[in-house]
Each structure stands twice: as structure tokens, then as C-alpha cells.
Design a binder for this molecule. Sequence first.
Ligand code: SAM
Length: 292
Amino acid sequence: MSAPVVSIVGAGPGDPGLLTRKALLRLRFADLVLYDALVNPKILRYARKAQRFFVGKRAGRRAMRQETINRLMIDAARRGKRVVRLKGGDPFVLGRGGEEALALRAAGLRFDIVPGVSSATAAAALSGIPVTHRGLASGFVVVAGHAAEAYEPVLWSLAPGALTIVVLMGLRSRRAIAELLLLRGWSPTTPAAVLIGASTAQSARWIGPLRDLGEALIPGSAESPALSEVEGPGTIVIGRVVGLAALLGQQESAAGDGLAHRKAAGRSDAARPKPNGEAREARGGGPTRTKD
Ligand SMILES: C[S@@+](CC[C@H](N)C(=O)[O-])C[C@H]1O[C@@H](n2cnc3c(N)ncnc32)[C@H](O)[C@@H]1O
């Protein structure tokens, strides 16, 4: 089969070490990379010979229209360029990757999908929260928290405590989401977590009971509880599995390039990249600092 001319590639949650080998290959051979706001700029360095074009949403500015992005991909591919459409996390998890793939199909272009590590599970895992755990949760649901019509019907349909809830794009809606779940009958003591910038040097988290989620002050944003998604992306996790964070602890998030570690193997320890510095954490609203 001939090579794809466009690749829709998942960049993972931020740490370049969480890129897949296939993503690296696609970047290495790309002529043009169209990338989103949550893509770590360090990842773009792997696209050595490519022209790089930002098509995401910047604070205070409107996002580029989806039709414009589709047109850019299609026009470049028709001019013979190898195009990488690089998206945060996994392109098919609340990322509009499906719409872009449909546009490429309609244009009759060859394309492939390179899945990425989604923040929906990785943000939790890096804080020691397995989204499923025998005896605590046998499943999880991922919802978009940016608009009530996106999350309300899904959350209301769940029996209280039935599954782990993961909310993306929901920092601004955390109060409304907590109120909805309490009204639905969820226990006010259900553990909840707000995980900011997972796998990056800016990682921070809040862990507390569901009844306090609406008031959760996120470290680094004390003056601005309505933290902007662009300043620091955040994932909310609600369910009994969050209680495991106390036992499993914060994982090393290694915000540096995990690949550089391989290159450094065999050299002195001093030459090896250090694990990520510090993670900021608040429990029950009082910020504390913890070592990763
Ligand atoms: C438009 S959605 C895209 C999700 C992406 N396709 C994925 O699979 O992770 C963007 C949202 O993902 C979440 N997110 C992305 N990167 C994150 C990170 N490093 N830490 C925590 N949440 C993150 C935030 O909720 C953010 O608002």
C-alpha cells in the first residue's frame, strides 16, 4: 500500500517521552506540520525539515475555523507535501480528529491515524489514579465539560458512583458539574481530583471531596480560580478510584524528553536528564508542595 500523504497524529499530554515511535517517524518525514495549542513546542523539534504552522486557539483569540484547517491540509497534500496534523493527546478523543479524517476521505486523499496517549487516562495515571480498579470502578466515562449540553445528559444518565467520571475542558464548569452530581445523588464525600498540566513541568493538582470541587482553588491560580484552559489544561476525575492517589502517589512525570534519556544511557549520571522538578498540589484547598 502506498504511503499516506496526511497523518493525523496524537502528540500525547505534553511530555515528549510519551510520543509513540510512529508519531516520531511521521514528524521526521513531514514537510508541513499543522499543530494545536496544547502541543508541547519541544515535540515540534522532531519535525526537522517541516514548515510548522499553528492552527490552534490562543488566549483571547478565536480558533481557526475547522473548514480552514481542512482546506490547509488538503491543499498542501494536493501540492505533494507530506502533512502531519498534530493534535494534543489522542486525535480521536474530544479532538475533532474524526471530522478531519472525514474531510480527507471526501477529498479522496490517502491518510492514516496515529493514536496518541490521551490526557483522559494519562493525567490520572500520572497522579497515581487508575481510572478503573477492581472493586472500585469497572469502567469510566469521558465527557467534554465546556458546555452543559455536552455533559449534562451523560452525567445525569449515570447511577451515582457507578463509574469513574473524567471531564476534559471542564475547569470553568467544575462548580456546575459538582452541583449536578450532588443533585443526582452522588455522595458529597466522593473523592475528586483536578489535574493540571499533567506530564509537564507546570503540573499541579487538587484532591478533595466532591462537595468542595466547586470551590477548589487550583495551585498557581489563587487569584484566578477560573483558570483559563489555555494557560494550563486541566482534567477532572471523580470517583472512588481517586482515593488511590494517596497510596500510589504522584508518578515521575519526566517533563523532559524520555528519548534523550536513551541517548544519555552509558554516560555519567550527571549527563542524564533529571526527572521533573516539583509537582504542586492542594488538598482540601490548602496548597502544599510535594516532590515528584
Ligand atoms: C480539546 S481537549 C483534547 C483532548 C485530547 N485529544 C486528549 O486525548 O487528551 C483538551 C483538553 O484535554 C485536557 N488536557 C490536555 N492536556 C492535558 C494535560 N497535560 N493535563 C491535564 N489535562 C490535559 C484538558 O481538559 C484540555 O482542556
